[in-house]
Structure formats: structure tokens, C-alpha cells
Design a protein around this ligand. Structure first.
Ligand code: GSH
Length: 241
């Protein structure tokens, strides 16, 4: 059985969960606790980041590489367009969105989530080992410092990230005014990437983790502001997730 090493809260992992489930490929989730994940992942792959997919003797790290691998090994319901020009366009959208939504949604959201252990710890410990909540609460000060440093999170960079998200959203909507999908005439990895990486901010019902009542005001404000520009996200979550 395929194993996905992941954090439930991670939107890069959401890309892979979505791809596996869309393609109907059975898999098992191995939920890791932030911090403790390093020794597990470094035992499997070169970098410490998740998602990591293990399929028999194959170990693939990085969401884009995993999507490519899945489409090559399990071609049913391909997310990668067959037409070479469309394939190149889908990969380019994915690369762009991994940065502009992936990095910046994460930085913006963590800046506000990490203000309070009461908000952050349940999200980081979600579906992890039983002791994750206790350990993360005890280590919260240190963990929060490490996360802020490694993701370059501050008030200033969070504001820059908000601007990046809004600019990328303009670009996505500009494309979607011309056509129903980012590339070609069907749902592809470009659309999946856009929706999955924006999901922590927009919280569609099918996103497996939700801030619910504890959503920090600044996240709720940005979510409200972009609602008219993200209707495609809810549509794609409803139709394809
Ligand atoms: N480019 C990578 C990014 C993955 C990534 O940034 N993963 C984060 C979680 S969202 C992570 O594992 N951070 C902890 C670490 O790097 O040790 C991908 O697309 O998979």
C-alpha cells in the first residue's frame, strides 16, 4: 500500500491527498508531528519536508514530483495534460502557484495562527500522535521561533505575502475570465494546485482541516475580501475533490 508521509495541516500535502483521491489510488496517511518529522523524513529522503510518497521501493519527495509520478504510474484520470503545450503550461502554473499561493498563504496564515498556542497547537497536532498536543504546547515558544525563522515570518513579510496572494489571484482570475480552467478545457494539476494551496485561507467544506471558530481576525478579513475572486475554488472542491 502506498504511504503518504504528511502533516494534515499542510496545503502542499493537500495537493497530493487530492491527486491520490481524485485518481482513486488507495493509500495510507502517516501523520507526523512538526519537529519530530525531521528524523523520520531524513531517514527516507534528502530534505526534511513533506509530502513524501513511498510506493514499494520508490520514494518521492515534493508535491510536483509526486503528481508527475502518480500520473506516470497510474495514468487513469490524468492531471497532467497530454498535449505538450498544455502540459508545459500546466507545469508552469503549478510552479508559479507553489510559490505565490503555497509560500505566501502559509506565511500569512502562520503569522496570525502562531500568535496564540490555543489556535496553533490543535492545528499542528491535528490527527498526529496522541501526545502531540501536550508536546507541542510545552515546546510552543521554541517551535514558534523555529517556524518563524525557517519560513521568514514577521509582521512585515506577512503583509508582503498578503500582497503576493492578491496579485496571484488577479492573474488566476484574469485567466479564468477567458476559459473555465487554467489550462485547456479540463481540470488539471494547475487547477488542483491553485485550489489546494489557497484552501487554508478559504476553508472549503471538503478541506480536511478547519480553523472553525478560532480563525484569527486577519485571516477572516482576507478570506472575506477575496470571496468574490475565489468562487472557482469552491466549485472545484465541490466537483473534483
Ligand atoms: N516544494 C515542496 C514544499 C513542501 C513544504 O514546504 N513542506 C512543508 C510543510 S507545508 C514542510 O515539510 N516543512 C517542514 C520542513 O521543511 O522540515 C512541495 O511542493 O512539496
Amino acid at each position: 500500500m502506498i504511504k503518504l508521509y504528511q502533516f494534515p495541516i499542510s496545503h502542499f500535502c493537500e495537493k497530493v491527498r487530492w491527486a491520490l483521491e481524485y485518481k482513486g489510488v488507495p493509500y495510507e496517511q502517516v501523520n507526523l508531528m512538526p519537529g519530530r518529522h525531521i528524523s523520520v523524513i531524513k531517514g527516507l529522503a534528502p530534505k526534511s519536508c513533506v509530502p513524501v510518497l513511498v510506493d514499494d521501493d520508490k520514494v518521492i519527495q515534493d508535491s510536483a514530483a509526486i503528481l508527475t509520478y502518480l500520473d506516470e504510474k497510474y495514468p487513469e484520470r490524468s492531471l497532467t495534460p497530454v498535449n505538450p503545450a498544455e502540459k508545459a503550461a500546466a507545469l508552469e502554473w503549478e510552479r508559479y502557484l507553489n510559490g505565490e499561493f503555497g509560500i505566501h498563504v502559509r506565511r500569512f496564515c502562520y503569522h496570525w495562527i502562531l500568535q496564540s498556542p490555543g489556535t496553533a497547537v490543535p492545528l499542528l497536532a491535528h490527527k498526529g500522535p496522541w501526545y502531540a498536543g501536550i508536546v507541542l504546547r510545552l515546546a510552543f515558544g521554541k517551535l514558534s521561533k523555529i517556524m518563524r525563522k525557517s519560513m521568514n515570518i514577521s509582521q512585515e513579510t506577512a503583509e508582503e505575502s498578503r500582497q503576493h496572494i492578491l496579485a496571484a489571484l488577479e492573474r488566476v482570475n484574469h485567466q479564468l475570465e477567458k476559459q473555465p480552467f487554467l489550462v485547456g478545457s479540463s481540470f488539471s494539476r494547475a487547477d488542483l494546485t491553485a485550489a489546494a494551496l489557497l484552501a487554508p485561507l478559504c476553508m472549503p467544506a471538503k478541506y480536511p482541516i478547519s480553523l472553525n471558530r478560532s480563525v484569527p481576525t486577519e485571516i477572516a478579513e482576507l478570506n472575506n475580501r477575496i470571496q468574490p475572486q475565489v468562487q472557482w475554488l469552491y466549485r472545484w472542491y465541490d466537483s473534483y475533490r
